[in-house]
Ligand binder design. Structure first.
Ligand SMILES: [Zn+2]
Ligand SMILES: [Zn+2]
Length: 335
């Protein structure tokens, strides 16, 4: 490793579920086989980070540095890797590795691999000055995006895009929950002439105004019925009661896509609401192919992300602000 790389770094560390993250000085990690050492310049905050910190996702590796929307520059590489990696800017997403040999991995469904490891969950992530990542799961980032602007593309953007594809060829699309993912996805959908119905928490005028400013054709509370039946709905909010609500809002043959990694229980509903070939599905994680498709598309549109920056020692405040819905767009940590 180069002499300019320090021995130690600052990191925000999770010691147990439900605990606030603590600012600690820890050793700078060393890149193992296939790995890159990355100096983090920005790391997006995702609702999944809240689920990890709150203990809603089982068995995180502890102690853990969360954060899985990492943008940074490569400052060291594993022995035997080619030097062209050095100095390049890369993005590190949620999918940190997969087995490569199971039936899922061999059929372009590495997002479903049972041996997959996830950044900021089983592997240390980006709420730190440095991180290591498997080079095979990192993305080159389009040049048009500044570091902080690029960070939310890596999960909010990617997962939103995967959910959008699963919603199928829909013209009238409902988005339930208008946070980081929806504010990116609406720009993709509007560039493809979709009609967008944005649903927010009841009375969240700020989020509704934000959706209108990004081109939503209709905004309303999640308890409202849209003025026309939807072809598909994507649920980003972690609220299971939205599933039967969205099902009532879609036409026969329509789809309800649940895009979050965690959701409260879904209440019962009459079979009549599912009848007519409506369907409910979930979106799990991402594949590298999603990134290869979405990142150039985001650059071509071009998507503009609204970001709110927090210094490293204020990750807990950022997580709380996310929990309370205190900002529009996405939060980004700048170490
Ligand atoms: Zn696999
Ligand atoms: Zn995420």
């Amino acid at each position: 490793m180069s002499s300019i790389i320090p021995e130690q770094m600052r990191a925000m560390v999770l010691t147990g579920p439900g605990n606030p993250l603590t600012l600690e000085t820890v050793d700078v990690p060393r890149p193992a086989t296939n790995e890159l050492l990355i100096q983090v310049s920005a790391c997006g905050i995702c609702r999944t980070d809240l689920h990890v910190v709150d203990g809603e996702l089982a068995d995180p590796t502890l102690p853990l540095i969360p954060g899985h929307q990492i943008v940074g520059n490569i400052v060291a590489i594993a022995d035997g890797m080619e030097s062209h990696w050095l100095g390049r800017r890369v993005g590190v997403p949620w999918l940190g590795g997969s087995c490569g040999s199971c039936a899922f991995c061999q059929s372009q469904q590495e997002n479903l691999c049972d041996q997959a490891v996830y950044t900021g969950y089983q592997r240390d992530g980006g709420f730190a000055e440095f991180t290591v990542a498997d080079s095979r799961y990192c993305f080159p980032l389009p040049e048009g995006f500044a570091d902080d602007q690029a960070a939310p593309l890596l999960c909010a953007g990617l997962i939103g895009y995967r959910a959008y594809r699963r919603a199928g060829d829909s013209k009238r699309l409902g988005l339930y929950g208008f946070g980081a993912a929806a504010h990116i996805l609406i720009q993709v959908a509007k560039s493809q002439q979709k009609t967008i119905f944005a649903f927010t928490r009841p009375g969240d005028a700020q989020a509704q105004q934000f959706a209108l400013s990004l081109g939503a054709d209709w905004v309303g509370d999640s308890s409202q019925s849209p003025p026309a039946a939807l072809d598909a709905a994507i649920i980003f909010a972690p609220d299971g009661t939205l599933v039967p609500a969205a099902l009532k809002a879609v036409r026969k043959g329509g789809r309800v896509v649940c895009a979050g990694i965690h959701m409260s229980d879904i209440p019962g509903f009459p079979y009549q609401d599912l009848w007519g070939e409506r369907c409910i599905c979930s979106v799990a994680n991402l594949t590298r192919r999603d990134g290869e498709e979405f990142l150039p598309l985001a650059a071509a549109i071009p998507v503009k992300t609204e970001v709110h920056s927090y210094p490293l020692d204020q990750v807990n405040e950022a997580l709380n602000d996310l929990r309370q819905g205190r900002f529009t767009g996405a939060a980004v940590v700048i170490p």
